[in-house]
Design a protein around this ligand. Structure first.
Ligand code: ARG
Length: 461
């Protein structure tokens, strides 16, 4: 039976429902070109081991090149009777080089070491593209941070007014986790660069084939030290699923801010028309769908990770067919991020911020109270006392229906003997922001430095 790589010990073929369950071409066909690259490397190992003559090896390589061409041109597609990508490609190879030579390619390898290698090759390629996508979001955040340098906004903890900050500082706070995500992808790439080819079914190859040769040919740094681990482990796939999920979570948190900022109540930002959608009934609507889909897809990416880990947790060594279930979640994660990340970059890069509105809200909720306490500490008052006095100042203002900025010299003795006129000078949003000038702080001078640091980090990614 063409397209099925086993059968000798069976009297008949599989039942239809058995075959339907087993079949994986509908998702593993995307690995076809990686599989062919593996076969070309494997053919060289077969030749080096004396299992193919020079002439056979040359014909095999030409046949595999033609096979790749047919796959790329869409001339070879999986047939209904093909069990998986490996079977479909062997069928296609035999069509090109004939059944005798085509039937030699499978010596000394198993679909178990093949698939474990292909998924690594595939992920190495894809995570580089994901890293480039993420870089687009970093560029969008950095250019907005630069454009609005100096604009203040309310900083929040518990979503309550906390202390004034620079908008640029807040935007850059979303950039750093994404820098770490890209670093995670690079770290992962190093671990993925170890080839399982040559592990065969589980115990290694007996035909004198060189796993190192195949590894080098496929651009891996080395081959696995343990053939059982090579075929049975999927921790690297789970790690990839984690990084994809973390990227989703980081974009989701950024998106949640955008959603809040674009409400009438906040009024901090407006979405560009090209990156928002309307309502079929409410004519006034401009909805943050990109941000909402980012939030939604983060849930899906987390599901892919947890599903995969649940699949792995009870598996005895070595290969088990359960492992086939690693593919759809990781493919889905890659596909989702490829559509999502560029849209998030577009949305962020085209947001219009409203600095006047943010400046108006920045001192609300007594967000300068810490500045009162810090002023007292600078004039020698213990912080515990300063904290009390600042709290009393807030209570005084609240009772009088004024903000901290409205305080006048005459108010001070009524609140506390510790308050001197100097406190009135620090009670501005700009002064508060400028005073937080330690490394990593929100002072404009530090944020300017930080922006340069981010750009340097981005350039070294
Ligand atoms: N399709 C399988 C997978 O994705 C690889 C093939 C191994 N199948 C087998 N029956 N040994 O893991």
């Amino acid at each position: 039976d063409q397209g099925r790589l086993w059968g000798g010990r069976f009297e008949g073929g599989p039942a239809d429902a058995m075959f339907a369950l087993s079949k994986s071409t509908q998702f593993d066909w995307r690995l076809a070109l990686h599989d062919i690259a593996g076969s070309r490397a494997h053919a060289k190992a077969l030749r080096a081991a004396g299992l193919l003559t020079d002439g056979q090896a040359a014909a095999m390589d030409e046949g595999l090149a033609e096979l790749a061409r047919r796959v790329e041109a869409g001339e070879l597609l999986p047939a209904d009777s093909d069990e998986d990508v490996h079977g479909a490609l062997e069928r296609g190879l035999k069509d090109i080089v004939g059944p005798d030579l085509g039937g030699r390619i499978r010596a000394g390898r198993s679909r178990n070491d093949q698939i474990a290698t292909l998924i690594r090759s595939y992920l190495r390629e894809e995570i580089r593209l994901i890293a480039q996508d993420v870089d687009g979001v970093l560029t969008a955040l950095a250019s907005q941070a630069e454009k609005y340098l100096g604009a203040v906004m309310p900083g929040r903890t518990h979503l309550q007014s906390a202390q004034p900050i620079l908008l640029s500082h807040h935007l850059l706070a979303h950039a750093w986790p994404l820098v770490r995500d890209v670093q995670r992808l690079h770290d992962l790439d190093e671990r993925l660069a170890v080839s399982p080819y040559g592990s065969a079914a589980l115990a290694g190859t007996s035909l004198g084939l060189s796993p190192e040769l195949v590894a080098a040919d496929l651009g891996f740094a080395s081959s696995v030290p343990n053939s059982i681990d090579g075929t049975a482990s999927r921790d690297l796939i789970a790690e990839a699923a984690f990084v994809l999920a973390q990227i989703g979570v980081d974009l989701s948190r950024l998106s949640e801010d955008v959603i809040l900022w674009c409400t009438a109540e906040f009024g901090f930002a407006t979405l560009d028309d090209a990156w928002s959608t309307g309502s079929s009934i409410m004519p006034q609507k401009k909805n943050p769908d990109v941000a909402e889909l980012a939030r939604g897809k983060a849930g899906r990416l987390i599901g892919n990770l947890t599903g995969l880990m649940a699949t792995l947790k009870g598996l005895p060594l070595a290969y088990n067919r359960d492992l086939q279930e690693d593919k759809e979640p990781i493919f889905d994660g890659i596909d989702q991020l490829h559509v999502l990340i560029p849209a998030v970059a577009g949305m962020v890069g085209t947001l219009t911020f409203h600095p006047e509105r943010m400046a108006e809200v920045a001192p609300k909720g007594f967000s300068l109270a810490t500045d009162v306490a810090d002023h007292l500490v600078r004039s020698g008052v213990p912080f515990a006392v300063a904290h009390e006095v600042a709290g009393e100042t807030v209570r005084y203002c609240e009772a009088k229906g004024i903000t901290l900025q409205d305080l006048e010299a005459a108010d001070l003795p009524e609140i506390s003997e510790h308050l001197d006129g100097g406190v009135l000078d620090v009670l501005t949003v700009e002064g508060s922001v400028a005073s937080r000038d330690g490394r990593g702080g929100t002072a404009p001078v530090r944020v300017t430095e930080q922006l340069a640091e981010l750009r340097a980090a981005q350039a070294s990614l």
